[in-house]
Design a protein. Structure first.
Length: 215
């Protein structure tokens, strides 16, 4: 497959400077990126790649789907594979709440300025077959992998995703059977799709740890 431009947005308050992003493409050395705390520059960079027919994989460092369990006692339990850092506890809950707005804003901005033919994907194999468009994934940066700045955390996730190529599905860290899809809802709201099945769709989750997230 063609080289993929891998992006990750570390979700956090834009106003307080808690947002950061990173990009890498193929085996190229990580480029010197400007304005890595600017949400607008992230969208501009993604659109530039899509316009140049570059495959783009855009990750968000926040929960993108949550479990809907049959037993109500387990509704707030960790997702399978999440370990002891549940999506609804501490930092996960804060990132999820912020991500509700930032994922929609980013996808809306990209949709408005990207080539009209651009499509979005949650399934890696479909993205590979299409050989174009925007693949969306969740970045899970563990506490041991965090580096102190938001754009560095995003870089850790990008590095980990790149190390999982070409078979990223084999490295999916979190699963779910019956879920509410926050990323699916965002795709519907921003006009990337009209398929209501996305409201129950999971996405690829790549976990960056202290070892696999290192440069």
């Amino acid at each position: 497959m063609k080289a993929v431009a891998i992006y990750c947005a570390d979700i956090g308050s834009v106003q307080r400077g808690n947002f950061g992003w990173a990009r890498a493409c193929g085996d190229e050395p990580a480029p010197a990126l400007r304005d890595r705390s600017d949400i607008n520059s992230l969208c501009d960079a993604v659109v530039r790649d899509l316009t140049c027919h570059v495959l783009v994989a855009l990750g968000f460092e926040c929960p993108l789907f949550v479990p809907i369990t049959a037993d109500p006692r387990f509704l707030t339990c960790a997702r399978p594979g999440e370990g002891n850092r549940a999506w609804c506890a501490g930092g996960g809950a804060g990132a999820l709440a912020t991500g509700l707005t930032e994922t929609v804003w980013i996808l809306n901005r990209i949709k408005k300025t990207a080539p009209p033919s651009s499509c979005a994907f949650l399934i890696w194999k479909e993205f590979v077959v299409a050989a174009s468009g925007l693949f969306l994934w969740e970045a899970f940066v563990t506490s041991k992998a965090k580096r102190g700045t938001h754009h560095d955390d995003a870089e850790a996730a990008v590095t980990c995703f790149r190390s999982c190529l070409p078979d990223v599905d084999a490295h999916n860290a979190i699963t779910g059977d019956r879920v509410r899809s926050l990323i699916g809802a965002a795709l519907l709201q921003t006009g990337w799709s009209t398929d209501l099945a996305l409201l129950q769709a999971t996405c690829l989750v790549i976990r960056a740890s202290a070892t696999n997230g290192s440069l």
